[in-house]
Design a binder for this molecule. Structure first.
Ligand code: BES
Ligand code: ZN
Length: 881
């Protein structure tokens, strides 16, 4: 760290707030360049606070225009005021009222934190520390208050005025062209859940009756013209509400639930109490503009934010170190919801793919941190795959270890005991320990220790004894700030497969505690013996990916392909095939350096052929099986001295070999998956499209020149975005004839639909061609691009940095320089977006020496800049450590 970096925030330095705020009355008078905010706070000293302790409120770039305490203006001698802080030297002993008036400039707010405008609509984003950009406050999640908000604006500018909670009153402001609305939220909440919206918006209405008999008005607000694209979001919301009642026993607790879609938003969406604000990408969907993946994403994000109402809002975090308490748990809940709405097996595979491609590399590099970090410089940079995805895995493991019934009892206890509180991971775990009787001390290390454990499993079968012995060895490599690691409590779900594909039941299991079909592995080395077997068993371990570990088994290719065809656990069928494919890809990558011809075993080809043609398997599952691991996945498995061009060449050669060797099966199933019916986003139809489009990718990358014509025809015949975008991507990535025409046709059709243009940018930014960098640079000048919009930036530059291994990691370093320069400019406007983009550098140390030197130079160049934001400086310096 540079000597002038501010001190980090540490978990062990947590202290409860010295003052309490019981109510907050806000009066917000909106105007584009000067919005006036009057905040009346009811304060008192917290019990245990020494009299005379100063009151220190947080601010961020604030301009104070008036300040009074119990109705009297404060003298300069009584307080110190800066844009970032308000300190009152010695507040009264008893309860007192502070009135603060600030003036904000929403139009100048390009950080999209606090109060800003998106396409003319006033909106707010306060998580994690944005409320302090609206008024001075105890801006921390353990300060819970009851909010009443009065919003006032010009009628013509903002006919719609929304706040948290329930509407109380509204009307014109007599003698002016303005009107107002008052909202009251009876549930005490931290400031990060505050929100308001004002604008000229259309509304789609529906309603829901809860299991407790409450009638809830459901409203989705969008820009005029988008009313017809809200149906899927509304449907997803109603299904989420039913599901949370049925599966977790949780009902909604206000009379209205409002969702607003805005086009400028840093994240996906935000769970503000009663007023969720969404990136429009996660609300708007029409068959013409949204892919099946977009539909699935909307369903997940709508559910996620709704589920926060209980896990996050009713029970919130004591401090930001506990972020996974709400995020990991809520991701677990949205994963389970989607699994119930769709195919559980397909959902689990998709989630594990995401975990391995986003979280594993984070855990293996300089940005590694525990699910519950103990130190941060900038909390914005800790909304990570580790806190979210690994955080969800930890909850899933807990459920596996204690069983479904104890898990539900633990959740019920958590809701009962901590409703209305700001709490901790310890309090959460205590509920499950009580409900199950299982000692969770060792388990809690999953929250403390960073890094992905390596779990090695060796097996030996003794025929005469009828005994299978599995030896588990776990190892957790060092990570930043943690050199010594303790052994983890790992749930290993298992099964034993007999030769005819039947599941074998052992007479006994020794060497590990067992819950159902889950082994408790707790020691660095642990031997588990299955006895009473009548034939050789192939062990299927880590079924359903029961723990986020890197599994290394000694199973032969033959055993793995046997599992791929026969395992009773669909996840392990997929995983077994993937592991054979990965071994093949790694060997092929090593082979490219020696210019070896590609080697792919006949047994693997046969497995692919069988999979493509197997109509007993759901199409979405087959699509996942046929999907080769991505270039970044291969790089992660190789781990060091990575040459992205060699990986790209090897993967391309294997894809071509598969395409050519099983061409008849591919074509037959491609034709069979054609769907005559009109578009429906349901999981079954989406699965057929997924399989057909996966096969299209093979057709476009095979040696048969007829493939190109098929891809072109697919593009031209497409009657929905899923098919159109799939074909466009293959045309560009395989550099097929008709590519330029397709790009032009797409652009002509969608130039005025920003979310559709994002796909057009993305398809080009991820093309594995030496010309891509120049193209991306040119596209930053395209009329549909804007550096001010986070979706556009992510679709073009973000996709290039994170989704184009060979071109971002160009051997001449030009990809690194471009992204670093772009992020440097973006940082002046939007530090959060810039810092997120820079996380593409997180695996730079694993590169071969030439590229590594270029990446380091780009990072050092940035680190030497004097005026980086705290967000950027934190990422750049941790990358370099
Ligand atoms: N609370 C977050 C939104 C958020 C993140 C606000 C970071 C401020 C900083 C929200 O609940 C969330 O997690 N959204 C995710 C999507 C979700 C489905 C995982 C997001 O925005 O990506
Ligand atoms: Zn969340």
């Amino acid at each position: 760290m540079r000597p002038d970096s501010p001190a980090p925030v540490r978990l062990e330095e947590y202290r409860p707030p010295a003052y309490r705020i019981s109510t907050v009355d806000l009066d917000i008078r909106l105007a584009p360049r000067a919005a006036k905010v009057r905040a009346r706070l009811a304060l008192e000293r917290a019990p245990g606070t020494v009299p005379g302790t100063p009151l220190v409120l947080d601010g961020d770039e604030l301009r104070l225009t008036a300040l009074s305490l119990d109705g009297r203006a404060l003298a300069d001698t009584d307080c110190t005021i800066t844009p970032d802080r308000l300190e009152i030297a010695s507040p009264p002993a008893g309860p007192f009222t502070l009135e603060i008036e600030t003036v904000l400039d929403p139009d100048a707010n390009t950080k999209l934190m606090g109060l800003y405008r998106s396409n003319g609509t006033y909106c707010t984003q306060c998580e994690a520390e944005g409320f302090r950009r609206i008024t001075y406050f105890l801006d921390r999640p353990d300060c819970l208050a009851v909010y009443t908000t009065r919003i006032e604006a010009r009628v013509s500018e903002a006919p719609v005025l929304l706040g948290n909670g329930n509407p109380v009153e509204s009307g014109p402001v007599p003698g002016t062209d303005r009107h107002y609305a008052v909202w009251h939220d009876p549930h005490p909440k931290p400031a990060y859940l505050f929100a308001m919206v004002a604008g000229d918006l259309a509304c789609v209405r529906d309603s829901f009756r809860t299991c407790e008999g409450r009638d809830v008005a459901l409203n989705i607000y969008v820009e005029h013209g988008n009313e017809g694209a809200c149906g899927w979001a509304m449907d997803s919301l109603k299904r989420s509400m039913v599901w949370d009642e049925e599966v977790f026993g949780r009902a909604y607790d206000l009379d209205v639930f409002n969702i607003v879609a805005v086009s400028d938003f840093n994240m996906g969406a935000m769970e503000n109490k009663g007023l969720n604000i969404f990136n429009d990408k996660y609300v708007l969907a029409r068959p013409e503009t949204a892919t099946d993946q977009d539909y699935a994403g909307i369903e997940t994000v709508i559910a996620h934010e709704y589920f926060h109402n209980w896990t996050g809002n009713r029970i919130t975090c004591r401090d930001w170190f506990q972020l996974c308490l709400k995020e990991g748990l809520t991701v677990f809940r949205d994963q389970e919801f989607s699994a119930d709405m769709r195919s559980r097996a397909v959902k689990r595979i998709a989630d594990v793919r995401l975990l391995k491609s986003h979280q594993f590399p984070e855990d293996a590099g300089p940005l590694a941190h525990p699910v519950r970090p103990r130190l941060y410089h900038e909390i914005n940079n800790f909304y990570t795959a580790t806190v979210y995805e690994k955080g969800a895995e930890v909850v899933r493991m807990l459920k596996s270890l204690i069983g479904d019934a104890a898990f539900r009892a633990g959740m019920d206890l958590y809701f009962r005991r901590h409703d209305g509180e700001a709490t901790t991971i310890e309090a959460f775990l205590a509920c499950f320990q009580e409900a199950s009787g299982l000692d969770l001390d060792q388990f809690s290390l999953w929250y403390e220790q960073a890094g992905t454990p390596v779990l090695k499993v060796d097996s030996s079968y003794e025929n005469e004894a009828g005994r299978l012995t599995l030896t588990f060895r776990q190892h957790l490599p060092p990570s930043p700030g943690q050199s010594e690691k303790k052994p983890m409590h790992i749930p290993v779900r298992f099964g034993l497969m007999g030769a005819d594909g039947r599941e074998l039941v052992p007479g006994g299991v020794a060497g590990a505690e067992v819950t159902g079909d889950v082994l408790h592995i707790r020691s660095p080395q642990q031997t588990v013996v299955f006895s009473g077997l009548t034939e050789r068993a192939v062990p299927s371990v880590l079924r359903g990916f029961s723990a986020p570990v890197s599994l290394k088994t000694d199973l032969s290719e033959a055993d793995l392909l046997f599992l791929a065809a026969n395992d009773k656990d669909p996840f392990n069928r997929w995983e077994a095939l993937q592991s054979v494919v990965m071994t093949t890809l790694i060997a092929a990558t090593a082979g490219t350096a020696r210019q070896d011809p590609v080697a792919i075993s006949p047994a693997l080809i046969a497995a692919f052929a069988a999979n493509v043609a197997d109509d007993t398997l759901e199409p979405a599952f087959r699509a996942l099986c046929l999907h080769l691991p991505g270039e970044a996945d291969i790089a992660r498995e190789i781990g060091h001295n990575v040459d992205p061009d060699a990986i790209h060449a090897a993967r391309g050669a294997i894809r071509r070999a598969v395409a050519d060797d099983i061409a008849p099966e591919i074509l037959a199933t491609y034709e069979a998956m054609r769907d005559g019916a009109t578009f429906s986003p349901d999981a079954r139809s989406a699965g057929r499209r997924a399989l057909r489009n996966t096969l299209l990718d093979y057709l476009g990358h095979g040696s048969d020149p007829a493939g190109a014509a098929r891809v072109q025809a697919h593009f031209e015949a497409a009657d929905n975005m899923t098919d159109r975008f799939a074909a466009l991507t293959v045309l560009i990535h395989a550099d097929l004839p008709g590519r330029a025409e397709a790009l032009a046709a797409y652009e002509a059709r969608y130039h005025a639909v920003p979310l559709a243009m994002d796909k057009w940018f993305m398809a080009q930014a991820t093309a594995p061609s030496g010309a891509t960098l120049d193209r991306v640079r040119d596209l930053t000048g395209h009329p549909a691009f804007s550096p001010a919009n986070p979706n556009r930036v992510r679709a073009l530059v973000g996709a290039f940095a994170s989704g184009n291994q060979s071109q971002f990691n160009r051997p001449d370093g030009a990809g690194f320089t471009f992204v670093a320069d772009f992020a440097r400019d973006l940082d002046r406007r939007n530090p959060q977006a810039a810092a997120r983009m820079m996380s593409a550098f997180r695996s730079w140390r694993a590169l071969e020496p030439g590229r590594r030197a270029h990446a380091e130079a780009a990072l050092r160049h940035l680190a030497a800049e004097g005026d980086l934001s705290a967000d950027m400086r934190d990422i750049v310096e941790r990358c370099l450590q």
